[in-house]
Design a protein around this ligand. Structure first.
Ligand code: ZN
Length: 193
């Protein structure tokens, strides 16, 4: 099932998300819905706060990069579920990569992050892993990990850049944008309360 994606400006995107256990209700279904929602919006990652759940869970499938023209076969088979992840180490050089976010449509900016991470996490069956990820794989994980910490990629931009984007971000907050996928806007949520 495709779920609406929470737009920039919603408070849930600013909360530190909670860990979950194996008994979390309808977890399999939720994960499947998150993949459906991500593919429908042509994303490469989606974190639970983006579909309105403040829990430490995100899904990734980097094959979307290849469909957008990035030539890297290694990204074709990187489809994964991350539960209760912890970035234990970040190392290497800072490198710039043009990031976007399904919660912040039509805004893409270069963001500097370290190239390598060591991540511990559970998969969808609650098997524990501790793995090293590099490059674009690490990048998607770092971006999604930010989401469960209440951070967004625009937070990494310079003050000048942020000021330049202010009006466009405010337009997203107010729902004055068009997307090909369903979104939930903060201003609309406020009215319903
Ligand atoms: Zn995002």
């Amino acid at each position: 099932m495709i779920l609406p994606i929470t737009a920039y400006g919603s408070t849930i995107l600013r909360k530190q998300a909670e860990e979950i256990t194996e008994t979390y209700p309808n977890l399999k279904e939720l994960i499947s819905d998150m993949f459906d929602t991500m593919y429908n919006a042509y994303g490469v990652g989606l974190a639970a706060p983006q579909i309105g759940k403040s829990i430490r869970l995100f899904v990734v499938d980097t094959s979307g990069f290849v469909k957008k023209g990035v030539q890297d076969d290694d990204l074709l088979n990187f489809k994964k579920v991350f539960i209760n992840p912890i970035i234990e180490e970040e190392s290497g050089n800072n490198w710039l990569f043009n990031e976007g976010c399904l919660s912040i449509p039509d805004i893409n900016e270069d963001v500097a992050r370290k190239e390598t991470i060591v991540l511990s996490y559970y998969d969808e069956n609650f098997n524990f892993f501790r793995e090293t990820f590099n490059g674009k794989k690490a990048r998607v994980i770092q971006h999604e990990y930010d989401h469960i910490e209440g951070k967004l990629f625009v937070d990494h931009l310079s003050l000048i850049k942020k000021r330049q984007l202010q009006n466009r971000l405010e337009a997203i907050n107010q729902g004055k944008i068009h997307t090909d996928y369903k979104m939930k806007f903060a201003s609309v949520l406020k009215k319903r309360r």
